[in-house]
Ligand binder design. Structure first.
Ligand code: DX5
Ligand code: ZN
Length: 232
């Protein structure tokens, strides 16, 4: 089984006035995935970016664009993000009336699909749709804002999710990624990895680093995250 760790900077905490440069610089610092937070001021109390911005950043990088939909309903907007160049599209079960159908819609649009679990949302939603899922995303904060504190109960939930994913791998040989989102930083990333995560969203921890005129400003923090992961 593949034991690769992936780091996914959440561009929610980037400088939006210089978004293109921010993405180029953060990927160059050794990160793997652009985490793209979509909020609708309905499912969550904040409003962010949509398919137009995804389309605009697509030519800047070959990195995976991981679109995290915090919107309700989800179906109308899924094909738009696929057309805009998303590679992975995840959504919250609460955002869809027909979860199985929405997962198929993501796959049929040509993207990898995933479900996102809020801190209090049970993992049961996974049990009958594993075949339609490429990534499980556990929220370690309540969605809506960057810069919140990691909720420690997520560690227990990660262990549970890891068990389900490993059992599925044993049965099918198909690998499902386990991503964690919210409050991840240099001090807790190793513990989070030990609990079973392989993909780590980090917004404020990365984008708060350095002076924005220095193209290498993210190198130190990304290196520290990698060093902590190497200890696992
Ligand atoms: C929260 C978003 C997160 C957020 C993470 O609703 O889904 O991706 O940007 O930011 P940090 O790493 O600052 O908690
Ligand atoms: Zn997110």
């Amino acid at each position: 089984m593949d034991k690769t760790f992936r780091i996914a900077p959440s561009i929610l905490s980037a400088n939006f006035a210089k978004l293109g440069q921010e993405i180029t610089d953060v990927i160059k610092s050794g990160t793997d995935i652009v985490h793209f937070d979509v909020m609708d001021n309905h499912y969550v109390p904040n409003l962010t970016i949509g398919p137009l911005v995804c389309e605009a950043i697509r030519p800047l990088t070959d990195a995976i664009i991981d679109v995290h939909l915090m919107v309700k309903p989800v179906d109308r907007i899924i094909p738009d993000f696929a057309k805009a160049g998303a590679n992975i599209i995840t959504f919250h079960p609460e955002g869809s009336e027909h979860i199985d159908r929405s997962l198929s819609l993501v796959r049929d649009s040509g993207c990898k699909s995933g479900l996102v679990f809020n801190p209090a949302t049970p993992l049961d939603y996974l049990d009958h749709v594993m075949d339609k899922i490429d990534m499980v995303l556990l929220m370690s904060v309540n969605p809506g804002f960057g810069g919140q504190k990691f909720i420690p109960e997520t560690l227990n939930k990660l262990k549970l999710a890891r068990k389900k994913i490993d059992a599925y791998y044993e049965k099918t040989g198909r690998q499902i990624w386990l991503e964690v989102d919210g409050g991840v930083n240099v001090n807790n990333i190793a513990e989070i990895a030990k609990a079973g995560a392989d993909t780590f969203v980090a917004g404020s921890a990365i984008f708060s680093a350095g002076k924005d005129t220095d193209p290498n400003r993210y190198d130190t923090v990304v290196k520290s995250l990698r060093t902590s992961l190497a200890s696992v």
